[in-house]
Design a protein around this ligand. Structure first.
Ligand code: NAI
Length: 401
């Protein structure tokens, strides 16, 4: 069969396996050819949310960028069926594992709900079986709209709303290549609390406490989770909105976890504040896309643009490893959003945003780059992949993550 992109709004309903393989390969090449390699990096790594975005990039950087780590990756992805080809993350898991094993690395993929006891037990068994009962780094990179409580079966749902007053702006519709007017409503107290439950630090904490109780943390174990702050103009959409409240909770959690697991400068819990990037999760954030379009345009023109792999490799080689002490700001946050927030970058972004309208957004902003990255997340848009080649669905059905 021939697989074509099928986009609904900002969601890709199809994925191209060969393109996903290619995307993994490109990220591996980036790390292998990078001048700076990770020294004294972690050898046994657990990644929660390993199949796409920052989690996948972190896994690739730590495996192929000098540290040569073995890894367990947890993700929630679907394989091929009668109805669909499966998700990009499914194929990312398969091809990452294939490449890692070819280099002699252990790479397990645990597919399931990271909030469940079942997945926790599977991970613990693997750590005990193949990691000598120890883990050096735990990366928390889940992005999801809901979380189930294994004790009660209750489901919390997050929402992307403001707090304070409603916000009116524009959002890109990738399916129709249009900017659409959007009103972001004000969240209720219950909605804020639920979003914190889903995207705050609660689940990260429960994983770390549970791993500690099961004695798999060492004196040198580190754990990281990802956050976003952004410039003031995006505060109503993000930083002071429901997601920002959840991230605030994540930041507070990192301080609590740090007290619990840090024995010296080689261990501890940290929040990494990343740059705004196109990922499966971020395209959902209402009214955020015009800012990203302008940011991409400016950062590319200044030679400062990074994708997930660039961000993660810089994190490990300049902030977390290869350094005497973890590099943090005065709030103990690791700031790899430094280039995005540079004053000269932000001034240019403000200028561009003031010129952008419904007619010119594809040229004023980097819409071509934005859409290309979106398509590539799903295995489409690579020049060297032959999209007219017949994909063998029976073969794909046999591939296991
Ligand atoms: P993504 O959508 O690319 O990846 C999310 C991962 O979580 C996938 O591997 C998915 O399978 C997994 N996942 C979701 N629900 C799950 C569940 N119930 N059980 C197991 N796995 C599950 O997202 P992205 O953008 O890489 O986000 C990762 C983190 O980075 C999030 O905390 C996000 O807020 C943060 N971040 C993202 C930025 C961006 O611009 N994309 C900027 C700064 C921070």
């Amino acid at each position: 069969m021939i697989i074509k992109p099928v986009i609904k709004g900002v969601v890709s309903k199809s994925a191209h396996p060969e393109g996903c393989r290619h995307a993994i390969m490109e990220q591996i090449k980036y790390c292998q050819s990078h001048l700076q390699q990770i020294n004294n990096g972690p050898k046994r790594v657990l990644i929660l949310g390993a199949s796409s975005g920052f989690g996948l990039a972190a896994r690739i950087s730590l495996t192929f960028g000098g540290a040569k780590c073995d890894s367990i990756g947890v993700s929630f992805e679907k394989g091929p069926s009668e109805k669909s080809i499966g998700t990009a993350g499914w194929y990312n898991n398969i091809f990452f594992k294939e490449f890692a094993e070819a280099e002699g690395r252990i790479a397990y993929n645990v597919i399931g709900d990271a909030f469940s006891d079942d997945v926790k037990n599977k991970v613990l068994n693997l750590i005990n079986k193949d990691f000598d009962g120890e883990v050096d780094l735990i990366i928390y990179s889940l992005a999801t709209g809901q979380r189930s409580d294994p004790a009660t079966g209750n489901i919390w749902r997050s929402c992307l709303k403001t707090t304070g007053s409603a916000f009116t702006g524009k959002t890109v519709n990738i399916e129709d290549n249009k900017l659409e007017s959007t009103i972001i409503d004000v969240a209720s107290e219950a909605e804020i609390a639920d979003t914190i439950k889903v995207m705050g630090g609660d689940d990260w904490e429960s994983w770390i406490l549970w791993l500690k109780e099961n004695n798999v943390l060492t004196k040198k174990t580190k754990t990281i989770a990802f956050s976003y702050i952004g410039p003031e103009m995006t505060y109503p959409i993000y930083h002071t909105g429901t997601l920002g409240k959840a991230k605030q909770h994540l930041h507070e959690t990192s301080d609590r976890l740090n007290k619990l697991i840090s024995t010296d400068k080689h261990s501890g819990a940290y929040v990494v504040v990343c740059k705004a990037l196109v990922t499966k999760a971020s395209v959902y954030i209402p009214c955020f896309s015009p800012y990203i379009l302008c940011l991409y345009k400016v950062m590319k023109s200044m030679g400062l643009h990074e994708t997930c792999i660039g961000q993660m490799h810089r994190l490990f080689t300049e902030y977390l490893y290869n350094v005497d002490n973890v590099v943090v700001d005065s709030s103990r946050l690791i700031r790899i959003d430094d280039l995005e927030l540079r004053e000269d970058v932000q001034q240019k972004v403000i200028d561009l945003m003031s010129k952008m309208n419904d007619e010119n957004f594809t040229s004023v902003g980097d819409y071509i780059g934005y859409k290309k990255e979106f398509l590539q997340l799903n295995g489409f848009g690579f020049e060297s992949v032959d999209y007219n080649h017949q994909v063998d669905i029976d073969y794909l059905m046999k591939l296991k993550p």
